[in-house]
Design a protein around this ligand. Structure first.
Ligand code: SAM
Length: 113
């Protein structure tokens, strides 16, 4: 499994981008600007994770080894699914041998996707 480097790696689009003034509320525009300029968001995109949250789980696991030896995992509140992606990898889950149950209010794309 990929280790999280101490510093985020700059990839993808340029950072420091602004969002054009539209009908968006200022707070929404600021949120989008923060999101598109977030190095972890860009890194997640490049590395095929569904969300930047993947790096939080990898960091937690690096510190506390919570995934070590896991054979089956239930991911509660799983959407969009970056933790489930890691869970699938750790448990060796496949289409024929499913080892991760991902549950959420929201719809979530099936794996692999
Ligand atoms: C921060 S997101 C999880 C992100 C996810 N760990 C990932 O890596 O992509 C939290 C999710 O929890 C879900 N959620 C919150 N309360 C829930 C509940 N009671 N039942 C099902 N899903 C719930 C939300 O719909 C949301 O998608």
């Amino acid at each position: 499994m990929a280790k999280t480097p101490a510093k985020p790696v700059r990839v993808g689009r340029k950072l420091g981008q602004k969002v054009k003034k539209t009908k968006l509320k200022a707070s929404s525009r600021r949120w989008i600007e923060r999101h598109i300029n977030d190095p972890y968001v860009q890194r997640a995109k490049t590395e095929g994770f569904r969300a930047r949250a993947a790096y939080k789980l990898l960091e937690i696991d690096e510190k506390h080894q919570i995934l070590k030896g896991a054979r089956r995992i239930i991911d509660l509140g799983a959407a969009p699914g970056s933790w489930s992606q890691i869970a699938a990898k750790v448990t060796g889950s496949t289409d024929t041998e499913v080892r991760v149950a991902a549950i959420d209010f929201l719809e979530m794309a099936r794996f692999p996707a």
